[in-house]
Write a new protein. Structure first.
Length: 290
């Protein structure tokens, strides 16, 4: 379809899908009884299923890609408005999450080409799962990331419910600020490298990427640990909500990173040497701890 080849039309279609998903999610939230955590989960899943159905219609699972960064910057401010909570702890948390979400969504916008092109990971999963891809698509590409983001948002929801502000709040905010800065710098460096280098097999070994292979992932991991630290300043007895940032960390360490490195090893020049000379996540010179 020629419509799917148009980048601007692709943006408009995805934006409309997310508006529909948001409206449906809010409707489900209001109909769902129980605690705010149950209400948010059901609304989150309803929005995810909406996006999933549209991705089937468009035959492109990339429609879900911005959900990771869009959902928190819609859900959390709406909750804060419902609770009429404008304490400093909530303001700092919303500032951190919104800055993170807007920047990450902007990064997706820069990399989005059109609705004919799907993320390489989805193509790989489709090729491997064959007839089971509809199930893999629903549970692996849509539901699983939504659950991870939901778990990461739980400490933020706790902050909204029990606002507080102290030195720990500032410490958590500082971690979030560093995380966003780290992601922003690493993504900018990668965009500049790709723009100025036409060799697809060349390795990015400049800036933060000189010292580690996934500085952007490290920033993503740190972001949600920062929110958890901010929560501990309000409700330390809910320490068990560390399950969120922990699940997010494990997902990157055991799924996202191995998947990315296996792909890079297949076509990047001297990737094995690069692995030996760099760290996986922390952008520090490797001999530092020898």
């Amino acid at each position: 379809m020629k419509i799917k080849e148009n980048r601007l039309i692709g943006f408009a279609i995805i934006a409309l899908i997310y508006v529909i998903a948001c409206i449906f999610g809010i409707w489900v939230y209001r109909l769902t009884p129980g605690s705010v955590y149950i209400k948010v989960l059901t609304a989150d899943m309803a929005a995810t299923i909406t996006v999933y159905l549209f991705s089937l219609l468009l035959k492109n699972s990339t429609v879900y890609d911005p959900y990771w960064s869009v959902a928190p910057i819609v859900i959390l401010p709406l909750l804060a408005m419902e609770y009429a909570n404008t304490g400093l702890g909530t303001i700092f948390m919303l500032t951190a999450v919104t800055t993170w979400g807007v920047r990450l969504t902007y990064n997706w916008v820069k990399t989005f080409k059109n609705l004919n092109i799907q993320d390489w990971r989805y193509d790989m999963l489709k090729e491997r799962s064959k007839g089971l891809f509809p199930l893999v698509n629903f549970f692996g590409i849509h539901v699983f990331p939504t659950i991870i983001v939901y778990l990461c948002m739980l400490p933020a929801i706790a902050i909204i419910q029990s606002d507080s502000f102290n030195i720990l709040t500032l410490a958590g905010f500082a971690v979030c600020f560093f995380a966003v800065l780290l992601q922003g710098i690493s993504d900018y460096e990668m965009h500049e490298f790709r723009k100025n280098n036409s060799d697809r097999c060349a390795l990015m070994r400049q800036g933060l990427w000189k010292y580690c292979r996934h500085p952007n992932y490290f920033g993503e991991i740190l972001m949600w640990w920062g929110i958890f630290i901010m929560m501990m300043s309000s409700v330390p007895d809910m320490f068990y909500l560390l399950a969120g940032p922990l699940a997010n960390t494990l997902m990157f360490v055991f799924i996202s990173i191995p998947m990315a490195e296996k792909r890079l090893a297949g076509y990047k020049t001297d990737f094995d040497e690069y692995v030996k000379q760099t760290r996986v996540l922390i952008p520090l010179p490797k001999p530092l701890f020898k």
